[in-house]
Write a protein that binds this ligand. Structure first.
Ligand code: MLT
Length: 338
């Protein structure tokens, strides 16, 4: 496991280190800090704003939240550690940056598992989502209370159009520090470069890497059009970006505040799905008007999918709860079993 060792066992440490959170939660009126990995105008931001509005309303204006955008409170993976120790209240981050701390969440990063927004909603808001939330509390000391739906991660690069896996072979591609995503690019024939999200823009700008993948909404809000020219519209990963609350902070709250957190998270989740549908096409057009060129794989993505599913899935059956578990999930999505 690439990053598992970095993780400090959550709840035991949390009890000793919750000074900041406990102070804020016991005070009459508290302002909770929310780390947001992406910038203004992103899907993460939209979810955070809706959560903040609903949470304030549901606590009768007593409690507030403050969003810290663009990774100001640390890299996304670092915010999981901080929240697990009670040093941070909330974080909104890509699911791929939670997986290193709670392996079963990897089912949401498995290439070609989710093939639509509907699939993403079904998985996150149904039994699978509930189970992943429990696992994440146990493994990582954070509770998922909301889900951002950001759309499929598309491939961008600064060098040339990519219409086939052949075109990918001379490119240096950044991936998150996530084993499943690293293995997916290996299945596609290249050795990608794992890099923290907070370093990605600079990495692209300086040419340390030529490309990366992220949803249209993220590419736009992070201004990647300034350092990337070509987009390949692939659909291997539907991006899910949960809102997590430190379990230590959550448990230190009275029942009515806990309830307000859960209800505000639910309302923000519903808002996120609608927001994606409203925004994605507009953003795609904006990126084109800013000079980005969008192509789709010439083979309809067949080779990409075949290679990823054949080479990556079997390696993760055990980590994700076994083949049977994956078959249950596939069946719930109305798909053929493996
Ligand atoms: C990543 O690529 O590390 C994430 O998708 C970044 C994000 O949170 O948007």
């Amino acid at each position: 496991m690439i990053l598992k060792q970095r993780f400090v066992k959550p709840l035991t440490v949390a009890l000793c280190l919750t000074a900041a959170a406990v102070t804020s939660s016991l005070a009459q009126a508290a302002t909770f800090r929310v780390a947001v990995g992406d910038g203004a105008g992103s899907a993460q931001h939209a979810l955070g704003l809706k959560f903040a509005e609903e949470f304030k309303a549901k606590t009768g204006g007593k409690h507030d939240t403050k969003l810290f955008l663009n990774g100001q409170l640390g890299d996304e993976q670092a915010t999981v550690n901080d929240a697990s120790m009670g040093l941070l209240d909330f974080s909104i981050l890509a699911i791929n940056n939670v997986t290193p701390f709670s392996p079963t969440v990897g089912v949401l990063t498995l290439p070609y598992m989710m093939q639509s927004l509907d699939d993403a909603v079904k998985l996150t808001q149904g039994e699978v989502g509930k189970e992943l939330t429990e696992n994440t509390i146990r493994d990582a000391g954070v509770r998922i209370v909301g889900w951002t739906y950001t759309g499929f991660r598309v491939l961008t690069n600064s060098k040339h159009p990519v219409n086939s896996l052949q075109d990918l072979q001379d490119l240096k591609i950044r991936v998150p520090q996530n084993e499943i995503m690293i293995d997916t690019y290996r299945a596609w024939g290249i050795n990608p470069t794992p890099m923290a999200w907070s370093e990605t823009f600079t990495g692209l700008q300086l040419g340390v890497v030529d490309g990366q993948d992220n949803p249209y909404l993220t590419i736009y809000s992070m201004k990647f059009d300034e350092v990337q020219k070509y987009i390949t519209d692939i659909r291997y990963l539907f991006s899910i970006e949960p809102l997590v609350v430190s379990e230590a902070v959550y448990q230190s709250q009275p029942a009515d505040v806990q309830q307000a957190i859960l209800e505000a998270g639910k309302a923000a989740t519903e808002h996120s799905a609608k927001w994606l549908v409203e925004q994605e096409d507009k953003i795609k057009a904006e990126l084109t008007s800013k000079g980005m060129e969008i192509t789709t794989p010439a083979d309809g993505e067949k080779e990409w999918m075949d290679k990823a599913v054949e080479q990556v899935w079997p390696k993760y059956y055990e980590q994700l709860g076994g083949k049977e578990k994956l078959n249950e999930i596939l069946t719930s999505l109305g798909r053929d079993t493996i």
